[in-house]
Design a protein around this ligand. Structure first.
Ligand code: PLP
Length: 498
C-alpha cells in the first residue's frame, strides 16, 4: 500500500478509511521499529549545526509523494538526526521520555481532533480535563479546594499564575493596562523567587509587564534552598521603599540541583503580606504521588497555585503541564474575553470554557493522554516507577561519594545527581583560583568526552560558581545497568583526561 500515491487512490478528498488504516499501520510499524532500535543510536546525533537543513530540497514539493517514500526519508533523514530523548542513556536536563501509553494517547488526540477552547467545541475534552485534574490532585495529596486545568508547559502555567497574582494585588492590568496601575499609585510590583528558580519565572515577569527588575532573587543556603529569613528582609525593605510585593514563587525541585525551598516557612513569611504563593513543582511534584515521600512538600497545600508537569517525570509526551489553583476566579478575570463569535447562546446550564483562563484560545485535548496514562499505569504503577528512580539516584550518589576522585555537589532529594571530577591531588585546594579554573575546564571536557561516546547524554549547570555535571535519572526505560554504564564512562573518561 505504501507505494501508492494516496491522492491518486482517494481523489481530492482526504484518505478513505481503508487507505487510512493501511497508512496508520505503516506509521505504527515505523514507530514500533524506532522503539526497538532507539538504543542503537547515539543519544545525541553526531552532526554539526547547519548540516541538516541542507539534506532537504530548498524548493517545496510541487506534487504528491507516496507514503512509502516519505517514510523512507523519515527513516534516513529525520529519525537518525534526532536527539533521542527516548534512549535510556538520555540523562541530560530532566530525563523526560514519552511512555508508550502517552504516545498512544497522542495518536488518539490527533485522531479525535478536538479543540478544547469551549465546552461546546469539545464537551468531553472540557469535562474529562476536570476529571483528570481531580484525579491528579488527589494522587498528589492536595485538598479539593484546588481546581485547575492543563496547559502546554510549566512556563505557561507560571505565566498564568503570576498574571493572577498581579491582578489580585490590584494591578488591574487586564482592564487598565500598565498605565492604569501607575495611576493608582500602587508602587512597583515585586515578585520573589530564589536565585536558583527557573528562568520561566523571570520570563513571566518580562512578559507580564512586571519587568526583570520586578523579580527579586532571594539568596539560597548551602543546599541551594531559598532562605526564608532573606525573603522576609527583602519584603521588609521593599515595603519600606514603597514598592509592592505581590507574589513569591517557591520551587520544589529546582532545575540545577533539584533543591527544595522551605515552602511552609515561605508561606509563613508571605501570608501576612497577602502575597500570592506559587509553587513550582514542575519536576519534583511527581514525588508527591508517594505518600511516604511527601516531607519536602509540607506547606504546598497553602499555595494559591501549583504547577506539576506530567511531561517531566510522569512520562507524558511533551506537552502537558498541570496548573492547580484555589483561585480560578482570579485567573478568569485576568484572561477572560468572549467575542461574539465564541459566545454560547444557550447559557441555561453554566459551562466552563477553559480558554477563558489562559492567554491562548485553541487548546489541545491533553487530558486524553493523561486519562489513558492514568488508566494504564494506575497511580500505583507511577509510584513504583518513581520510587525506582529515587533508588537509582541514591545508588549513583553512593558511588560518587565513595570515589576519592569525584565530588558530589548537591544533596540528592529526587532523581538527579550533581557531581564533578575532582582528582584527589587537589583536595583542599579547590578554592584556589587556578585550581578552580582547571576543575571547570576538566569537567567541561569530561562531559564532552562522555557525550561523544554516544552512549549517554549529560548536561551541566553551575553551582556556587563551579562547573557541575548533572546526571538526571528518571527515564522510564532506565535500568541499573544504564546508570552503571554512565558512571563507568565518567570514570573512564576522567582517567583519560588525567
Ligand atoms: N520549572 C522547573 C523547576 C523546571 O525544571 C522547568 C524546566 O525544566 C520549568 C519550570 C519549565 O518547564 P517547561 O519547559 O514545561 O516550561
Amino acid at each position: 500500500m505504501t507505494d501508492l500515491d494516496p491522492q491518486q487512490v482517494d481523489g481530492l478528498t482526504d484518505l478513505g478509511p481503508e487507505t487510512f488504516r493501511a497508512a496508520l499501520h505503516a506509521v505504527a510499524d515505523v514507530m514500533a521499529d524506532y522503539a526497538a532500535r532507539v538504543e542503537s543510536y547515539p543519544v545525541f546525533p553526531p552532526v554539526e549545526p547547519g548540516s541538516l537543513a541542507a539534506l532537504f530540497p530548498a524548493e517545496p514539493p510541487d506534487g504528491p509523494a507516496p507514503l512509502g517514500r516519505i517514510l523512507d526519508d523519515y527513516r534516513a533523514l529525520i529519525e537518525p538526526n534526532a536527539t533521542h530523548w527516548g534512549h535510556p542513556g538520555f540523562m541530560a536536563y530532566f530525563a523526560t521520555p514519552a511512555s508508550a501509553a502517552g504516545i498512544l494517547g497522542e495518536m488518539l488526540i490527533a485522531s479525535l481532533g478536538q479543540n478544547t477552547m469551549l465546552w461546546r467545541t469539545s464537551p468531553i475534552g472540557t469535562e474529562l480535563e476536570a476529571v483528570v485534574v481531580s484525579w491528579l490532585r488527589q494522587g498528589l495529596g492536595l485538598p479539593p479546594e484546588f481546581d485547575g486545568f492543563v496547559t502546554d508547559t510549566a512556563s505557561t502555567s507560571t505565566l498564568i499564575a503570576l498574571a493572577g497574582a498581579r491582578d489580585a494585588a490590584g494591578f488591574a492590568s487586564a482592564g487598565d493596562g500598565v498605565a492604569g496601575a501607575g495611576a493608582a499609585g500602587l508602587g512597583s510590583p515585586r515578585v520573589y523567587a530564589s536565585a536558583e528558580a527557573h528562568s520561566s519565572i523571570e520570563r513571566a515577569c518580562m512578559t507580564l509587564g512586571l519587568g526583570r527588575a520586578g523579580l527579586v532573587k532571594i539568596p539560597t543556603d548551602d543546599a541551594y534552598a531559598m532562605r526564608a529569613d532573606a525573603l522576609a528582609s527583602a519584603i521588609r525593605d521593599d515595603v519600606a521603599a514603597g514598592r509592592r510585593p505581590i507574589a513569591v514563587v517557591a520551587t520544589i525541585g529546582t532545575t540545577s540541583s533539584t533543591s527544595i525551598d522551605p515552602v511552609a516557612a515561605i508561606a509563613d513569611v508571605a501570608a501576612p503580606h497577602g502575597l500570592w504563593l506559587h509553587v513550582d513543582a514542575a519536576y519534583g511534584g511527581a514525588v508527591a504521588l508517594l505518600p511516604e515521600r511527601r516531607g519536602p512538600f509540607e506547606g504546598w497545600e497553602r499555595a494559591d497555585s501549583i504547577v506539576v508537569n506530567p511531561h517531566k517525570w510522569l512520562f507524558a509526551p511533551l506537552d502537558a503541564s498541570l496548573l492547580l489553583t484555589r483561585r480560578m476566579g482570579v485567573l478568569r478575570d485576568a484572561f477572560s474575553l468572549s467575542p461574539e463569535y465564541l459566545r454560547t447562546l444557550d447559557r441555561s446550564t453554566p459551562v466552563r470554557d477553559v480558554n477563558e483562563y489562559t492567554p491562548v484560545l485553541g487548546r489541545r485535548f491533553r487530558a486524553l493522554k493523561l486519562w489513558l496514562m492514568l488508566r494504564w499505569f494506575g497511580l500505583d504503577g507511577l509510584r513504583r516507577r518513581i520510587g525506582h528512580h529515587l533508588e537509582l539516584a541514591q545508588m549513583l550518589a553512593g558511588w560518587v561519594d565513595a570515589d576519592p576522585d569525584f565530588e558530589r555537589l548537591a544533596p540528592v532529594p529526587f532523581s538527579t545527581v550533581c557531581l564533578r571530577y575532582r582528582p584527589r591531588a587537589v583536595v583542599g585546594r579547590e578554592a584556589e583560583p587556578e585550581v578552580a579554573a582547571r576543575l571547570d575546564d576538566l569537567n567541561a571536557r569530561l562531559m564532552d568526552a562522555v557525550n561523544r561516546t554516544g552512549e549517554v547524554f549529560l548536561s551541566h549547570t553551575r553551582l556556587a560558581g563551579r562547573f557541575t555535571i548533572r546526571v538526571a535519572l528518571g527515564h522510564l526505560r532506565g535500568e541499573e545497568r544504564h546508570v552503571a554504564r554512565a558512571w563507568e564512562l565518567l570514570r573512564r573518561e576522567a582517567a583519560a583526561l588525567g
